[in-house]
Design a protein around this ligand. Structure first.
Ligand SMILES: Nc1ncnc2c1ncn2[C@@H]1O[C@H](COP(=O)(O)OP(=O)(O)OP(=O)(O)O)[C@@H](O)[C@H]1O
Ligand SMILES: [Mg+2]
Length: 613
């Protein structure tokens, strides 16, 4: 059976795990470390460095060393987050062709998914070294609060790295899996995950039958260790400005040294009460005289600088409990993961909030990758008893006249899910309608994330309101959105592609893969691009899948048909079979491929259900 690796693609560190001989195992890299810095650098000689090698030379090659790329993935150029990175990063950002942020290294410009792909390819090699053979399939984790664009971009990164990403799962859910796997628990737990770049809080019910059901989730994809480091950097820069009248931010190398020192000080203050920050020859005064930076930072001062960040996370914990209608006293265990939860103030705040000591049943740095490996293994091995029921973190809606939003799928809805909405024309003889899809919590369209706009054309000429189009919005188990539409009169279907939402268009993806730019030294060949002759192969695959799914409808109905979840799953399976038949009939290679993917997912899920029945 093909091994599936689980990759925690972190803002600061990445980690890879695999279920080997029945035991989830974290794999150490060649240097013996179980986590690898999520850093990529390009040397003057044009050599690509990833991980520890990139980190080691970051100070002397600051401008061409990328860190925390995850903070940029799937974001728009003019978003406040990209602006903030632009102001503080030592590497160069440029505006991409799809309103995305791209990174300039030496003489080339890279999209963010390409940079992330280099880290993923490195993790793939780490796993291959350990297993002694190539790996192709992976489950990759993302922050629970990632939106559709960020998820799609992460999936694209996996594809560029030569991986078949069989599932995207949420980091806190993965941590809960690592925590509850094989333990026959029946518990309501909260997972508080504060990492290098992002914060997530999820409330889950863990059932003894291996069911992990997320009840609600909240988070901030721009709150993490980077911001704690930033507070120390600001404090150092302001102090230096006062003492010497020199702005250290102007010098890339100085900035990289400050960042390094700030993180070290932060980590030290988790165990000691004060630390000295000493950076000799940090900059020249401009009069040919070197200036040195030397300051003492106490834990108390540091906590004063960061209190607001910790409070923000605690407010979100309250919010997600409120959303779920759960009182904090009902939570039976508060599990903490992520490197930042080693900071005493963070641990204290979580313990105080829940009125109990935090659960340390899992490893702060490794739990997420372990959970991903467990899920990966369960997806290909039906004997494993794991059912993950996650939720969508954001409300999905369509923009309506006047700038408002009509919700289509509410936040915290269990995924996969779908919802149908009828649309009509507002003017006589209107032959096209435009639909704008947004995601987020605001009731103002422009304050949410734009996922895509598309036009449904070819409508028959009729009076306003007479033409009916049913639009189906679907969120799959990866949390990724797709939209399709059907003209009720003609039965004509339109598959709607939300393009370049990851920052890369399909054409660019094909080119990047052909160049092999994101792949590592031993990266395997990417899956072949869709060619004309491919349709026949896809058709056979789709027909076999239809038959297999069809054969499982009854057994699945017998097991879960009585539940909402079960009815929904059966309904969706039938819809997927219909779409597959339609695509075959149209001889549509793209549609058939999508149908094969979707039916493959359905089949895996069905097999999981039936094997547990
Ligand atoms: N002992 C410690 N005390 C305080 N902070 C720490 C400690 N150890 C690690 N950190 C911080 O934890 C962060 C990294 O955590 P982690 O590896 O969990 O993040 P990540 O998974 O890379 O990021 P994310 O999950 O947000 O994408 C860094 O900011 C690091 O400085
Ligand atoms: Mg993490």
């Amino acid at each position: 059976m093909d091994k599936v690796i689980g990759i925690d693609l972190g803002t600061t560190n990445s980690c890879v795990a695999v279920v080997h001989n029945g035991t989830p195992t974290v794999i150490a890299n060649r240097g013996g470390y179980k986590t690898t810095p999520s850093m990529v650098a390009m040397t003057e000689a044009g050599k690509k460095l990833v991980g520890h090698l990139a980190k080691r030379q970051a100070i002397t090659n600051a401008e061409h060393t990328v860190y925390a790329a995850k903070r940029l993935i799937g974001r728009k150029w003019d978003s406040p987050q990209v602006k903030q990175v632009l102001e503080t990063a030592s590497y160069r950002l440029v505006k991409g062709p799809h309103d995305d942020a791209r990174i300039s290294l030496r003489d080339k410009v890279y999209s963010v998914p390409e940079i992330s792909a280099m880290v993923l390819a490195e993790m793939k090699v780490v796993a291959e070294d350990y297993l002694g053979h190539e790996v192709h399939k992976a489950v990759i984790t993302v922050p629970a609060y990632f939106n559709d664009n960020q998820r799609q971009a992460t999936k694209d990164a996996g594809t560029i790295a030569g991986l078949d990403v069989i599932r995207i799962i949420n980091e806190p859910t993965a941590a809960a899996l690592a925590y509850g796997y094989g333990r026959k628990l029946d518990k309501l737990v909260a997972v508080y995950d504060l990492g290098g770049g992002t914060f997530d809080i999820s409330v889950l019910e863990i059932g003894s039958g291996g069911v992990f059901k997320v009840i609600s989730t909240a988070g901030d994809t721009f709150l993490g260790g980077e911001d704690f480091d930033g507070k120390v950097i600001d404090w150092l820069v302001e102090g230096f400005q006062k003492d010497h009248g020199v702005d250290l931010r102007k010098d890339r190398m100085a900035l990289q040294r400050l960042k390094d020192a700030a993180e070290k000080a932060k980590i030290e203050l988790s165990t000691v009460k004060e630390t000295e920050i000493n950076l000799p020859f940090i900059i020249s005064s401009g009069r040919n005289e070197a200036l040195h930076l030397q300051r003492t930072l106490t834990r108390e001062q540091f906590e004063g600088l960061c209190g607001e960040l910790v409070q923000r996370s605690i407010q979100m914990v309250q919010q997600t409990l409120d959303d779920a209608g759960i009182d904090r006293s009902e939570i039976e265990d508060a599990v903490v993961v992520g490197g930042m939860t080693r900071m005493p103030m963070v641990e204290r705040a979580v313990a105080e909030f829940f009125g109990r000591a935090v659960g340390k049943g899992v490893h702060a740095d490794e739990a997420v990758a372990i959970g991903a490996a467990i899920q990966g293994s369960a997806l290909v091995d039906q004997t494993q008893k794991v059912i993950l029921l996650d939720v969508t973190p954001h409300t999905l809606g369509v923009a309506i006249a006047g700038g408002g939003v009509e919700p289509v799928i509410e936040q915290n809805t269990t995924i996969p899910t779908s919802s149908e909405k009828p649309f009509t024309t507002s003017r006589d003889n209107q032959t096209a309608v435009k639909i704008v899809v947004v995601q987020g919590g605001s009731d103002r369209a422009d304050q949410n994330d734009l996922l895509g706009e598309f036009t449904l054309g070819g409508l028959r000429s009729a009076r306003a309101g007479e033409v009916q189009i049913d639009v189906t919005f679907e969120i799959d188990a990866d949390g990724i959105v797709s939209v399709s539409a059907r003209d009720r009169d003609t039965g004509r279907e339109q598959q709607i592609v939300i393009s370049a939402r990851s920052g890369l268009s399909r054409e660019e993806m094909a080119k990047v893969m052909a160049d092999g730019r994101g792949r590592g030294p031993t990266g395997s060949a990417p899956p072949p691009a869709a060619a004309a002759g491919e349709f026949e192969a896809r058709r056979k695959e789709a027909e076999a899948l239809i038959a297999e799914v069809d054969g499982l409808l009854e057994p699945v109905r017998a097991v879960v048909g009585a539940s909402d979840y079960g009815r929904d799953a059966l309904h969706k399976a039938k819809a997927a079979m219909e779409r597959a038949r339609g695509a075959i009939e149209r001889r549509d290679p793209g549609g058939t491929k999508e149908a094969v993917d979707s039916l493959g997912r359905t089949l895996r899920m069905f097999k999981g259900v039936v094997s547990k029945g």
